[in-house]
Design a protein around this ligand. Structure first.
Ligand SMILES: Cc1cc2nc3c(=O)[nH]c(=O)nc-3n(C[C@H](O)[C@H](O)[C@H](O)COP(=O)(O)O)c2cc1C
Length: 313
């Protein structure tokens, strides 16, 4: 079926309602998704010591609670990043908090890490028939002060350690007050130092990546690179949404900005990059790989293009 038909129905609904209905609908179709997923033959890609079923994954934020989990592979995704997951469940910001900008093929969101918490996500991932690798994107609860934020990130990664193929320290959402301060100087140094100490005792070693905002550039980006390298991080995800009035902007307008960040990063560090922001076709994903990304992710492009995204070039 053409996704454009499905989209014309979904886009008549409030965006968050359309999202929730999609997730519930797909949950009811898990048997079918599993068959489809197992029948997919992608081009495997090796990165971070893991074999991914394809170079384009689902970005964090669409399946925050791992309700579909690795079964998103049915549409063509080579891996799935669930979350952001916080230690305790939280409601997020008041609604409405999700807005489509169809003329710009963009979305503005200020969800605020609404999620069911790490215990529910653990239960779901334990039941998950694993068909492609799963990344777990960790965040802090809203009421955890920044000087104790590391406790939340470590709590989530530790509790879900056996269930994730890679982990993400997400310090770049514009919708949790003060979160982005963790991307800089002393705060980031402390956070990554604590993550480093925690990981020393963990076996097997699994990749941990840092997800950054598109506003981090120039000297700030170089400083982040030195801190990542000094604390044995495995790579970065570039980028999260761009802060605008009303929330974070994603989709088409982010494409050139996140591409520039990938190139900038490659110029200052050899740590691998996962490229995300504004992908609307496989060709867009290839362009990010051409600029130096080892893997790519998409969210907004999938809302606009659905499974057709994997067919168009
Ligand atoms: C509705 C929505 C919710 C998101 N939630 C999260 C999140 O919980 N954690 C996160 O790291 N990124 C989140 N993101 C950011 C995406 O993972 C991605 O970095 C960003 O949207 C750029 O990619 P895109 O242009 O393909 O959407 C969210 C994005 C959107 C649109």
């Amino acid at each position: 079926m053409m996704y454009s038909l499905v989209r014309s129905l979904l886009f008549r609904l409030d965006p968050e309602l359309a999202h929730d209905l999609t997730i519930y609908g797909l949950s009811a179709l898990k048997g079918v998704l599993r068959l489809l997923a197992e029948g997919k033959k992608g081009k495997p890609v090796r990165a971070f010591g893991i074999e991914f079923a394809g170079p384009l994954g689902l970005a964090a934020g669409l399946d925050k609670n791992a309700r579909i989990g690795s079964l998103w592979a049915a549409f063509g995704f080579g891996f799935v990043e669930v979350g952001t997951v916080t230690p305790r469940p939280q409601a997020g910001n008041p609604k409405p908090r999700l807005f489509r900008l169809p003329e710009r093929e963009a979305i503005i969101n200020r969800m605020g890490f609404n999620n069911e918490g790490m215990e529910r996500v653990r239960e779901r991932l334990l039941r998950d028939p694993r068909v492609v690798p799963i990344g777990i994107n960790a965040g802090k609860n809203r009421d955890t002060p920044n000087d104790r934020a590391y406790e939340d990130y470590i709590a989530v990664m530790d509790r879900l350690y056996d269930l994730g193929d890679y982990f993400v320290v997400n310090v770049s959402s514009p919708n949790t007050v003060g979160l982005r301060d963790l991307q800089r100087g002393e705060s980031l140094s402390r956070l990554l130092g604590e993550v480093y100490r925690w990981r020393r005792g963990k076996r097997p070693r699994k990749p941990v990546l840092l997800k950054l905002a598109p506003e981090i550039e120039g000297e700030a980006l170089e400083e982040v690179a030195r801190l990542c390298e000094g604390n044995d991080m495995d790579g970065v995800i570039l980028t999260n949404t761009l802060k605008v009035e009303g929330g974070g902007l994603s989709g088409r307008p982010l494409f050139p900005i996140s591409n520039r960040r990938i190139e900038e990063w490659r110029a200052v560090s050899s740590l691998p990059v996962v490229g995300v922001g504004g992908i609307f076709s496989l060709r867009d994903a290839e362009e990010k790989m051409g600029r130096g990304a080892v893997l790519t992710e998409v969210l907004t492009g999938f809302v606009y293009r659905g499974w057709d995204l994997f067919r168009t070039s």
